[in-house]
Write a new protein. Structure first.
Length: 201
């Protein structure tokens, strides 16, 4: 397991930050610590099986992303040695807002079901998806892509609000063919986020 960086995440029970690590997500880790683990928690509500990502096989996702050095898969490892969220992204996307500029494309993003307050009365952590997404913003900025992030979102109101609150703008409406909405975080919004987090002056 390769540790990429040390971070802090928020415990849901006491709103205190705790140490965690961003690690490289390998196919072996995905098989052992996500697939068959995340969705087997008896404390989850029956609605968990209706979650769009409940049938994702992360081992396959990682394998698909492993054949290109511009593709990355990461996860957040908590002190409890549990993968609290995972993301797969690539560094070769194109901006739809600034033609000719590059972007990081987030193809897969999910938090562990035990952290979703609509599935359990006692979530373990808060903001895991935000931490992962911000990691992609940093990667984009450090790679010379201006912090731009592209992705496709579920059309549910909570998911749409999640992205739009972070400054993402719609670049295309594809729901008629894919059921998803195209979003991009423009450079200006990325810079604002980086400054707010103290990673830029």
């Amino acid at each position: 397991m390769r540790i990429l960086k040390h971070i802090q995440i928020l415990r849901a029970d006491n709103n205190q930050t705790v140490d965690a690590q961003v690690v490289t997500l390998t196919a072996d880790l995905a098989r052992k610590m996500i697939d068959g683990i995340w969705w087997n928690d008896s404390g989850l509500s029956a609605a968990s099986q209706m979650e769009r990502d409940s049938h994702w096989i992360w081992e396959d996702i990682v394998m698909d992303y492993s054949n290109n050095n511009l593709h990355e898969c990461i996860a957040i490892l908590s002190q409890e040695q549990y993968l609290e969220g995972a993301m797969a992204y690539r560094l070769d996307a194109k901006s739809k807002i600034e033609i000719g500029k590059g972007s990081v494309y987030v193809g897969w993003l999910a938090t562990a079901p035990r952290n979703r307050n609509w599935l359990t009365n006692n979530p373990f952590h808060k903001g895991i998806g935000t931490v992962l997404l911000y990691s992609a913003v940093i990667e984009s900025y450090q790679s010379g892509l201006g912090g731009r992030i592209s992705l496709q979102s579920l059309p549910t109101s909570s998911t749409v609000q999640f992205y739009e609150n972070k400054g993402f703008v719609r670049t295309d409406w594809t729901q008629a063919t894919t059921g998803l909405i195209d979003y991009e975080l423009p450079k200006s919004a990325a810079i604002t986020w980086l400054k707010k987090q103290g990673d830029l002056p």
